[in-house]
Design a protein around this ligand. Structure first.
Ligand SMILES: [Zn+2]
Ligand SMILES: [Zn+2]
Length: 333
């Protein structure tokens, strides 16, 4: 009987795991959080306050200028996060001079997501341990945890300098990382001077909250929502909607498959605004040596080519065994 069950499990895994790019709303397997992976609201009162401050705008006369400022600062700062903090500092997907490097660090810093060194160190760790117990923000530890819980966890406040030795040799980057409040404070003052209280509350604080959650979607939803083209060892997915909201970061399965690429949309129909801007900047020599995936890499390891979908294999196997009514001990040996 046990042998018959096992053969059914293998049949299901082989046939379902070979299915072409597919949608799966949520992973069915979960990972435990470490004992010290806990939300710490007390030490994150400023973070909560940033979310509440835009509500005070009801006491002001919000103008069209404030709304346009909010939208503009969302997309400008999203570019600095995606093209700067992510593709440059975390993955070194292109090269820049030292002045441009500090501009990218300052611009990303205005999004109030701490310094480029903190951000890159955590992100490199995510790629190293994607969807394993060591992954700091795998959605398998819970959707809320992956989206915002790990951000407000005391354990992850320090910068792991051992993960960003290539960047830590620049004193200006270390200074900005230590004084990460300076860029957002400068922007906040600029918004206030430009349009008063309503510009500060809507132009700065509301767009900061929107940029937070646009960025956080990449840690949460791009591992839950969308399609998989390439075989990877994680559950990353591609999503047009998320790519539009985040200027190209929604092509997350592409990105996990080939991390060092300056473009995350690998084909012409995969809209990747951050990459288009980088290409434009390269024409003026402000950035250079944009890295792209070679043709043979683009064609290889497609889920649709009947390769094993390694990232989903564990989930499929768990589903298959559960379907066959195995005991919990057998599902989680
Ligand atoms: Zn990445
Ligand atoms: Zn990821």
């Amino acid at each position: 009987m046990a042998a018959r069950r096992n053969s059914w499990a293998i049949w299901l895994v082989v046939h379902v795991a070979h299915s072409p790019e597919e949608d799966r709303p949520v992973p069915t397997t979960s990972l435990p959080k470490a004992a010290d992976e806990r939300v710490d609201w007390i030490h994150n009162i400023p973070f909560v306050a940033v979310h509440l401050l835009p509500l005070l705008a009801v006491f002001t006369d919000v103008t069209t200028f404030d709304v346009l400022l909010c939208i503009s600062l969302y997309f400008i700062r999203m570019f600095f996060i995606t093209a700067g903090y992510h593709r440059y500092f975390s993955h070194r997907a292109y090269k820049v001079g030292r002045v441009m490097q500090v501009i990218l660090a300052f611009g990303g810093g205005t999004a109030a997501q701490k310094g480029a060194l903190w951000w890159a160190a955590h992100h490199r760790h995510h790629h190293k341990y994607s969807d394993t117990e060591q992954d700091r923000h795998s959605p398998k530890k819970g959707l809320f945890w992956s989206h915002v819980g790990w951000i407000v966890c005391r354990k992850y406040r320090p910068t792991d300098y051992s993960a960003i030795k290539d960047l830590a040799s620049y004193p200006e980057l270390r200074w900005l990382n230590k004084h990460h409040w300076v860029p957002p404070a400068c922007l906040a003052v600029g918004c206030f001077l430009a349009g008063g209280w309503s510009a500060l509350l809507i132009g700065f604080f509301l767009s900061t909250v929107l940029t937070y959650h646009g960025t956080f979607l990449i840690n949460s939803m791009t591992h839950l929502f969308g399609r998989r083209r390439y075989v990877t060892t994680d559950t990353s997915r591609n999503s047009l909607i998320l790519a539009l909201l985040t200027l190209g970061e929604g092509w997350h399965n592409n990105h996990h498959y080939y991390q060092s690429s300056a473009n995350q949309g690998f084909f012409w129909w995969e809209i990747d605004v951050s990459y288009y801007v980088l290409k434009l900047l390269s024409l003026f020599g402000l950035v250079r040596d944009l890295r792209n995936p070679p043709q043979h890499v683009l064609k290889a390891n497609r889920v649709a080519d009947s390769h094993w979908d390694v990232g989903m294999l564990g989930e499929k196997l768990s589903d298959s065994i559960a379907t066959l009514g195995e005991s919990p001990e057998r599902q989680h040996p």
